[in-house]
Design a protein around this ligand. Structure first.
Ligand SMILES: Cc1cc2nc3c(=O)[nH]c(=O)nc-3n(C[C@H](O)[C@H](O)[C@H](O)COP(=O)(O)OP(=O)(O)OC[C@H]3O[C@@H](n4cnc5c(N)ncnc54)[C@H](O)[C@@H]3O)c2cc1C
Length: 500
């Protein structure tokens, strides 16, 4: 690394860290964005319900309520400026049975207290008309028209790309394991990529934010409890729920929802399991049973045999009044903490970044606007979304767009190569998947894996044995099984050759 000293060092490249880095990049500041992973957005930001909540649910007066509402407003511009996949489809909180129907009014009043516009209670007929797959036991719903769904992978990548295009230095594979505190001031962090110094550090380390606080001697009483939520995704050819369907909320949270992704797949989840390991993203049989039972209360026709994939995300539940903790540290100079960012952290992220700007101003950091900052970022073309004419034009310009690599999702070699050559290069299979949505259909990568491995090896000039699913330690191939007369296979050497 050449320059190791920055005005601002943002720790953690989830949606919150990326949003903070992007928003500060409009000022004359040198900024580093640091993450231990080999890509941005691999923590909670890649495994959540991806709903741009309206803000009707958080406790009035909380940070969650204020930042959810403001974040929802800000995303309306951001999805356009950064060309992010989304749908402002609205959401329904569904009441099953008479008792739940009576609670809808309370929920609507709370939403109005939070300043959310357009809330309306729907009767049974209108609710069923909007979503015919709902249980006949439905008695009505709270309609929240300002909610939406977003592509969470595409969103984090788009925000980070825009930050990098505006001069932010992204430092990946840089696990932060120690800190340099001099005379009560945080001067630097020690990472797997060496020491990184800064005037201000922004701790947006997700579920590990409290570990960092404790490392530097800040807020020993603050703790994050990891709460895992599992999800199950359905074959889009078998199940097509069009709406975001929440059950009535409980003290445990928003409950098990049935929803659609920005790409159109129906999915169900999450449950809420307190776990020991902060990075344990397993999915379990028990989780599946609980989630399917919960989801079938709303949509009884869901069939386990139509599930094609599962994943889980870890909520960073803090003990700061169950609210977001966003503050300039009271005990360590040069540190801003953003911790306990569980749901609705994704939708709130742009508003959290605004809050960080205010904190910087309050601590006397001069924020001078740059004349050359650009708010826009262009998305790579998605072949599937194009018209026949557009496809033909693209293939004439770049023939690799004519080669389909993922048949279920119609992803071409051209898109994969564009992802590998983008401003934040995709260097593993999962990084390509997050950018192009390949391997997410019925065959779950069965067809495209070998092809993508070849393309990655060719573009990154690596032996095929060095191509990984998600960074070091997740290599696909061990050694060649047969010596065949094929140029690409010939690159696949025995493992001892590649490590020499
Ligand atoms: C099950 C579930 C459902 C949710 N649903 C929604 C929803 O529908 N809508 C919504 O608005 N929000 C939702 N959320 C919340 C939302 O996903 C999070 O609030 C948001 O993603 C948090 O972003 P973050 O950047 O703070 O954390 P993360 O995305 O976890 O990023 C933290 C980053 O820090 C890095 N890191 C950690 N330790 C180190 C270290 N030592 N060194 C270097 N880097 C490190 C990690 O690699 C990671 O990239 C949900 C969350 C979960 C888990």
């Amino acid at each position: 690394m050449q320059n190791r000293s920055f005005d601002v060092v943002v720790l953690g490249a989830g949606i919150v860290g990326c949003m903070v880095a992007r928003s500060l990049a409009r000022y004359n500041l040198s900024i580093a964005l640091v993450d231990r992973a080999n890509d941005v957005g691999v923590g909670a930001s890649s495994a959540n319900s991806a709903i741009l909540h309206s803000g009707h649910d958080p406790a009035p007066g909380s940070n969650k309520a204020a930042l959810n509402r403001r974040g929802n407003e800000l995303w309306r511009h951001l999805v356009e400026e950064l060309e992010i996949g989304h749908s402002w489809c609205g959401a329904m909180v569904v009441a099953v049975g008479e008792e739940e129907r009576r609670q809808l009014g309370t929920l609507m009043r709370r939403g109005r207290q939070n300043g959310i516009e357009g809330l309306r209670i729907l009767g049974r007929e209108e609710t069923l008309h909007r979503e015919p797959l709902l249980t006949p036991g439905v008695e009505g719903a709270l309609w929240t028209p300002t909610a939406g769904v977003i592509d969470p992978f595409g969103a984090t990548i788009a925000v980070a790309e825009n930050a990098v295009e505006n001069g932010v230095r992204l430092i990946l594979d840089a696990d932060v394991h120690d800190a340099i505190v001099e005379h009560g001031r945080l001067a630097g962090v020690c990472s797997a990529k060496g020491d990184i110094y800064g005037r201000i550090f922004v701790n947006s380390l997700g579920v590990h934010a409290d570990d960092f606080m404790h490392l530097v001697g800040d807020r020993p009483e603050f703790h994050i409890t990891p709460r895992r939520g599992e999800y199950f995704i359905f074959d889009p050819d078998r199940v097509q729920v069009k709406n975001v369907l929440f059950p009535m909320p409980s003290t445990k949270g928003k409950g098990i929802l049935v929803s659609t992704t920005a790409h159109g797949n129906t999915f169900v989840g999450p449950d809420a399991q307190e776990i020991r390991g902060k990075d344990d993203t397993a999915t379990t049989r028990e989780g599946m049973r609980e989630i399917l039972d919960g989801a079938r209360r709303l949509v009884p026709g869901l069939d386990q045999r139509d599930v094609i994939a599962s994943f889980s995300g870890i909520r960073a539940t803090g003990n700061y009044n169950r609210d977001f903790l966003i503050e300039t540290s009271g005990s360590v100079q040069g540190l801003i903490n953003i911790a306990g960012i569980e749901s609705p952290g994704f939708v709130a992220a742009p508003a959290i970044a605004e809050r960080v700007e205010q904190l910087l101003r309050q601590s006397g950091v001069a924020l001078e606007a740059r004349w050359d900052w650009t708010s826009r970022r262009r998305a790579q073309p998605s072949f599937k979304e194009l018209s026949h004419q557009q496809r033909a034009r693209l293939i004439r310009k770049e023939p690799s767009y004519g080669r389909i690599v993922c048949r279920c999702e119609t992803v071409t070699e051209g898109e994969i190569v564009a992802a590998i050559r983008s401003s934040i290069p995709a260097t593993s299979y999962d990084a390509i998947k997050r950018r192009c949505w390949l391997g997410t259909g019925r065959c779950q990568g069965g067809f495209d894996y070998p092809r993508v491995i070849r393309i990655l090896a060719r573009e990154l000039r690596l032996p095929m044995t060095a191509v990984t699913k998600k960074g070091a330690g997740s290599e696909f191939l061990y050694r060649a099984t047969k010596a065949v007369d094929n140029e690409a296979d010939a690159q696949c050497k025995p493992i001892h050759d590649t490590t020499s």
